[in-house]
Design a protein around this ligand. Structure first.
Ligand code: CTP
Ligand code: MG
Length: 376
């Protein structure tokens, strides 16, 4: 039986979308735009292999498992041809689904629809009936265009390898899409149900639209952190980035900021990304005397890469002394500033343990934190 191959073209320059990074290499909810399509094909049982066609600027370390990466060409058609020529164990009947990386919202039912339609048609693509009224402008002004029977055509577009390769190789002409190339060769084409979610990122404002369409359905995530540091001789402690005069300092490998360590763990916990020790081992000399702002920012960045934004936090400092209350506003402000949060999303509280336990005996300081993360 012939196999089914997905080709994702991602070799364009993304000029209309602007920005310093080509649109396919920007991140959408924590993943590269191209990753969305790779994952959609990879998780579909009918797809046997994936070819990704890229330009020169592939981000360092980008090497998705079981994806063959090949170089594109100066035009989209040239990129598609390079992808077609890179298919291993191909024959004329190999089914190919050619997809724009710039359409990250590919769903399994779209792939199902295409593979079904390809049983009876030579080629097919998802199409969406045009809903808006259409007008044509010319020198005489505007005239109405009949909307019935008009479709917006999307990708993936599905073919048998022999036919699409011949059509693209033969044609000196440039076609509006791959479907048009085989139509020019007399192919019988079909349209399957398209979807708004499959919209293409073309202009800068399309990022927001597509990000909304692909917003993770995940709900709010909550994480909790806890940390303790013992006192040793010194003249101040650092809590939530604020130096507080005291008759001792906190002992630790880094600056021993128990408040921010607890918050770092709360953020990592909410995104299920391990704990502070996994990311910044105390055995590593790099973190000696480190400013804990570094850990906190890194946790926020890791959560963002996993698709979550820190939206609020609540920190409790547990000690008899120093008195935290006079410094609470500065601690909130410093934490809010570092995380880029509004002040009212950051709470710092303090309590004693009524002289009970190690905090009660003044042997050290404990801190607890809760962080709330929402899909970004
Ligand atoms: N593409 C490609 N090789 C090219 C040109 C385009 O692989 N030489 C890919 C793009 O990366 C994109 C898809 O074809 O995934 C659709 O093209 P388009 O939306 O036009 O993307 P760009 O060509 O990158 O954008 P622009 O035209 O704004 O520069
Ligand atoms: Mg283009």
């Amino acid at each position: 039986m012939s196999k089914t191959v997905a080709i994702i073209v991602a070799a364009g320059r993304g000029e209309r979308a602007g920005g310093n990074t080509a649109k396919q290499w920007r991140k959408l909810h924590g993943k590269y735009v191209v990753d969305w399509s790779i994952e959609a094909f990879r998780s579909h049982p009918a797809i046997n292999s994936i070819v990704l066609v890229t330009g020169e600027e592939v981000p360092p370390g980008f090497a998705p498992e079981s994806v063959k990466i090949v170089r594109g060409g100066p035009t989209r058609s040239a990129s598609v041809l390079n992808g077609l020529n890179a298919i291993d164990d191909a024959d004329e009947n190999t089914k190919v689904l050619i997809h724009d990386a710039a359409r990250p919202g590919l769903a399994a039912d779209t792939i199902d629809g295409l593979l079904d339609a390809l049983e009876t048609a030579d080629a097919c693509a998802p199409g969406l009936p045009v809903q808006d009224a259409l007008k044509r402008q010319d020198d005489a002004g505007f005239s109405d265009v009949e909307r019935a029977g008009l479709y917006r055509v999307q990708t993936p577009q599905a073919f048998r390898l022999g036919m699409i390769r011949t059509a693209l190789e033969d044609s000196g002409a440039s076609f509006v899409d791959d479907l048009a190339a085989v139509e020019a060769h007399g192919a019988k084409v079909a349209l399957t149900p398209g979807s708004v979610r499959l919209s293409k990122i073309t202009y800068p404002e399309d990022f927001d639209m597509v990000a909304r369409l692909l917003a993770p359905s995940g709900t709010v995530r909550v994480g909790k952190g806890f940390d303790v540091h013992a006192f040793e001789p010194g003249d101040h402690v650092t809590l939530c980035g604020v130096a507080i005069p005291h008759t001792a300092k906190l002992k630790g490998h880094s600056d021993a900021d128990a408040g921010w360590h607890a918050l770092t763990d709360a953020i990592l916990g909410a995104a299920a990304l391990g704990d502070i020790g996994d990311h910044f081992p105390p055995s590593d000399p790099e973190w000696k005397d480190a400013d804990s702002a570094l850990f906190l920012k890194a946790a926020q960045r890791l959560a963002a890469e996993a698709g979550y934004a820190v939206t609020s936090c609540d920190i409790t400092i547990i000690c008899e002394a120093p008195k935290v209350k006079p410094h609470r506003q500065a601690m909130r402000a410093r934490t809010a500033e570092l995380l880029g949060l509004p002040l009212d999303a950051v709470s710092v509280k303090a309590t004693t343990t009524e002289q009970l336990g190690f905090t009660g005996r003044g042997e050290g300081i404990a801190a607890e934190a809760v962080a709330v993360l929402t899909p970004s």
